[in-house]
Design a protein around this ligand. Structure first.
Ligand code: HEM
Length: 450
């Protein structure tokens, strides 16, 4: 790769005249579209989607430029505008000083010390889920994982049991996701102003989520509990910073952001993992060997976590093949240099963990599910920007340790007692919405391990 040069030429790409065609193709299959462009034009591609100027980066070195080296020139920008309608100014969507302050307040909820408190909640909710299962039963594993992860997120962040409300939350999310799927439309903002059925469903769903979250906040205020969880931190900040503290709206934005980002992505990652295990009995057998030897029939604790090495390798490999956040987007504030090109300010930059994770230059035999390939990597030290399911740089995932913990402990808890096989004829397809979900859920049959 050559160093950034001062040529003002834009990177190569399809002609701007077909920007509407690009829009349709991108909406139909964004991963297929981007991968085809990279094949045709190389690792930096320029194209237009409607009036928007977009650059796609298909190499870890270029991605490092945007997410790390030149990060201060990039904001979440337009791609996350729609998310603000739901999440307001939460950690995911905010910028600058405000974002720094929110990070500082929230960071302690993800401190290592807190993991000791979260671990038992994670295994308890996995157990509760298994208690409702019977040998031979058919379930949509996607829904089961959602139900469980919602319960875990509610308990660990707010100390409430909202599992009972999971179906409504799930339904609300579906309405939200289907509108979010149209996020790439240039006139997306307009969609929110018209009384279209999707838009009305979206606002109903938002109202449902708001009701739940405000109820939780009000209950916590009454109980005065301060146990160091997320809600305590947010309310405490409000009390401590006379006048300049967090408003109710701000607490709601942050709580909803953390809650939604936590359970949705983690349950999707777990769902793909159960699917991959069902397709690879040899891997599943090795997983059982590890669990039988480390746990010997009891639930895993935080102390077991470092011993569950193969379980971690499986979860790592699953997120390589199906990273729940499959496209990361930024918008440039000012003109910037990348490779041999100089790109104007305002340009949207797209990067895809999915496509980099499946590129044979960085991952040999990338279409093959091979957890064993991670055996040489010391725990958690993965090649940055070649493997980045949690993104990288200052805006990477704040909840990644939490997600690893939940993923590994839940896998270990459940796989000890249950196997899952895919229901014959169930079609497994990816839906490229805000995150990479199985389009038709994941219908699986449960088998109790003897
Ligand atoms: C397997 C599970 C998860 C995956 C794959 C994942 C992935 C990601 C990615 C790729 C980003 C960066 C998005 C961007 O730059 O546009 C992100 C940000 C974020 N994640 Fe996660 N995440 C997961 C779980 C969690 C959990 C459990 C939490 C909270 C408990 C969480 C909270 C957040 C927040 C608040 C941000 C925004 C951070 C910021 O902008 O400063 N995530 N996540």
């Amino acid at each position: 790769m050559s160093k950034a040069a001062n040529s003002s030429q834009l990177p190569p790409g399809p002609k701007p005249t077909i920007s509407l065609v690009n829009l349709l193709r991108f909406r139909r299959d964004s991963l297929g579209f981007l991968s085809k462009l990279a094949g045709q034009y190389g690792d930096i591609v320029h194209f237009k989607i409607g009036p928007l100027r977009v650059v796609y980066l298909n190499h870890p070195d270029y991605i490092k430029e945007v997410l790390s080296k030149q990060h201060s020139n990039f904001v979440k920008g337009r791609p996350l505008e729609m998310a603000k309608v739901l999440l307001g100014e939460g950690l995911l969507t905010s910028e600058g000083e405000f974002h720094k302050r929110q990070s500082r307040i929230i960071q302690p909820a993800f401190h290592r010390r807190m993991m000791g408190i979260y671990a038992p909640a994670m295994t308890a909710y996995a157990t509760r889920l298994m208690n409702g299962w019977e040998d031979g039963m058919r379930v949509d594993v996607m829904r089961e994982m959602m139900k469980m992860s919602t319960g875990i997120a509610g308990k660990t962040m707010f100390n409430v049991d909202i599992e009972e409300e999971a179906p409504e939350i799930d339904q609300a999310l579906e309405s939200i996701m289907s509108l979010f799927g149209r996020i790439t439309l240039p006139f997306a903002e307009l969609l929110l102003k018209l009384p279209l059925p999707g838009t009305l469903r979206f606002f109903r769903a938002k109202a449902q989520l708001d009701k739940t979250i405000y109820r939780i906040i009000a209950e916590r205020r009454r109980s005065m509990l301060n146990n160091g969880d997320l809600l305590s931190l947010l309310l405490q900040e409000q009390g401590e910073t006379d006048g300049g503290g967090l408003s109710d709206q701000s607490i709601r934005d942050e709580a909803l952001t953390l809650f939604l980002t936590a359970f949705d992505t983690t349950s999707i990652a777990l769902t793909w993992t159960w699917y991959l295990l069902s397709q690879h009995p040899e891997v599943e057998a090795d997983l059982h060997k590890e669990l039988d030897s480390v746990l010997q029939g009891r639930l895993p604790t935080l102390d077991d976590y470092p011993q569950l090495k193969f379980t971690r390798m499986i979860f790592t490999e699953s997120m390589r093949m199906y990273p729940p956040i499959y496209i990361i987007a930024r918008q440039a504030l000012e003109q910037f240099a990348i490779g041999n090109y100089v790109v104007p300010g305002g340009t949207i930059v797209l990067m895809s963990p999915y496509l980099i994770h499946r590129d044979s230059r960085f991952h040999p035999d990338p279409q093959q599910f091979n957890p064993y390939s991670w055996a040489q990597r010391p725990d958690g030290h993965y090649p940055k920007f070649e493997y980045f399911p949690f993104s990288e740089g200052p805006r990477s995932c704040i909840g990644q340790h939490y997600a690893w913990l939940e993923g590994i402990l839940v896998l270990a808890s459940i796989a000890q007692f249950w196997r899952m096989t895919l229901v014959p004829d169930h079609s497994v397809e990816m839906a490229q919405l805000l995150n990479l979900r199985p389009k038709h859920g994941m219908m699986m049959q449960l088998h109790r391990r003897k």
